[in-house]
Write a protein that binds this ligand. Sequence first.
Ligand code: ATP
Length: 718
Amino acid sequence: MDSSITEEQDFLDAAMARRDTLAAHLRDELDHDATDRVEVARQRMLRRQYEALRQAGEGLVFGRLDAVDGTVRHIGRIGLFNAPAEGSPDASLDASRDASRDEDEPLLVDWRAPAARPFYTATAIEPQGQRRRRHIRTTGSIVVGVDDEPLVGGGSDASGGGDGLDGLVGEGALLAALDERRTGQMTTAISTLQHEQDAIVRADATGPLIVQGGPGTGKTVVALHRVAYLLFTYRQMAERAVLVLGPSARFLDYIARVLPALGETAVVAATCDTLLPGVTVGRTAGRAVEEIKGRAMWQGVLERRVAALVPAARELKMRWDGDFYVIPAAVVAQALTSAVQGRTYHRARAVFAEQLHQLLADTVAEQRESLLDEMEEGYEDILSRFSVEPSGAASRSDLDGLLSEDEIDELRERIAGNATIARFVESVWPTLEPQTLLRDLLHDPDLLARLAPELTPDEITAVVAEPESWSSGDIPLLDALWELLGDVEEPRPQGEFTADKARSQRGWVYGHVVVDEAQELSEMQWRMVLRRCPSRSVTAVGDIDQTEAAHRHTTWSQAVRAVLGDRWTPAELTICYRTPREVMELTGPVLFEAGSRNAPPRAVRSSGVLPWQLAVTTGELAGIAAQSVQELQQRWEGGTVGVIAPGSRIPGLRAALGDVPLLTATQSKGLEWDATLLIDAEAIAAEPRGFNALYVALTRCTQELGRLTITDPDQPPG
Ligand SMILES: Nc1ncnc2c1ncn2[C@@H]1O[C@H](COP(=O)(O)OP(=O)(O)OP(=O)(O)O)[C@@H](O)[C@H]1O
């Protein structure tokens, strides 16, 4: 056996043994019941570490850096120390974060640690003090191969990529990974992340970062590895969790295993449609209405709507203990003004209610005082008629009718707890339900015309004509209303883990938000994203040329101007890892037709299989599609085949294709298969933004693309 394989096998055995010892130790610790909050917090941390160890079985060690000064560092999925510091198991993990400590060199450096960085970025031109990079290929606990790249002394494949692509890192390992059969689930790429990807993974997270990249350039890979990097580097982020927004439930399912495999659990995955607990999207609206509802101007419309619902100042007559008390309009006006100051509708209402309780208590006390004054005057009058001096014993205070401050406080509390008073406050300033409020607004043409002068009469008619159930475009409007109204009561997060709490609470503020396929977001959806991360620690990845959504943005500046202005940082990915060169060659004209003046990304590899095309009649389509899929499945045995077709043809194909994924171009966003069968590309291109959709459809395969064109497109689909 190759001596370097033997050497790495020995190392892997030692790392596995260390991992097992630590995992056993942590399991023992976790068996103890936590008795106080400190212990609960510690147990939570240990559980996280245990999970990370448990998940790190596959690919525990994948790389090695040999420095010019003779230092050898192994790079792995997690960091491990040689021995627990002072018997503390938790000091053994994450140790790689300060791997530069001389006295305690880690056994294994976590891929996210600064010490691991040259593994992703060192080149023969900039070796960063490294002599050699080694990729270690493993299957389970067995080392099956190593790929060495000398970084000094020439001969490196790190500086000269395959087929004219410069700057590839670990080309052999990369190409092997890219050529693997697809399973329908995305996997991690920690051992083969490329230089431009690594730069984005580790970029500063203090403001919005928008990553443009063509199909297959690893945007999703980068976004997910960035989450793992940020959670590792900024531990406090885990306390607030990270939100990952994807385009569809199918996509979230496709990426579901990546973050757990990287040991990260403080993550909530959602689509814009599922962000509001308890609200579901029940239908698909037309493009025109979706475009209207996505416009940033709705924020102002909703703000005006809510502001108009704050009651006007008027005199209030309240009944307490059988008597009526009057709060003058001017006093009510003052209370309203101070309540509203920068508060949400319901918060302002709560403050106003408190003020009203106090005002009533004070008025009751005052009236009582003036009653006593009157009684006292009457009493003095009687005494004077009898020529008797009022004695100290008969003074007003001795009548004991005045309320002390404590008694006024107690009275206020009784008023605050009184159901009749609560009903009175509700009649003056009602609590509101966002869903009812939005429905009423969207179905009232006069109100819309008044509050949304930006809309044309035709646009108002289109909005009003929509059914009552919610579509995607309604969710950000509801979210905005929810924010403006605020909660009636303080929400209580549900669940033990941060991610569960975050998921259950609409107003949860995340430590970071990642948006995939961000080009699809409307301006109102962007607002919904930023509401969840006011610090604007956001990473958005997308391809403006794949945009299919109803909005009309064709550049990132246009897409985010209304919500981010120019306060965002652009980044770019330029190399296509998924789609082979033979297929990418078809995409240039499609991209041009889509209105883009960008070139498609450069494919990193060729599959050696030319795309093919077959012309069929509508009558033949289902049968030939089924046969083609079967052939592709045989050719790419152990892998996956997907079929993309226009929506109108899907019902007719479903029965013939059985369990094979059969999707529209939009539904296929972000997904990939070894082979794709693309049906009726012309019909896809004929839809609004159809060439963008076709661009998506063409770029889903990692190996082979087959196309069925229809010779009699006027025939109704079978
Ligand atoms: N550095 C890498 N190492 C190994 N595989 C990679 C790497 N970068 C990307 N890939 C693979 O390339 C394919 C495309 O990656 P990904 O889905 O992240 O691209 P994308 O830019 O999001 O594509 P699209 O916009 O078309 O959905 C995936 O199979 C992914 O695993």
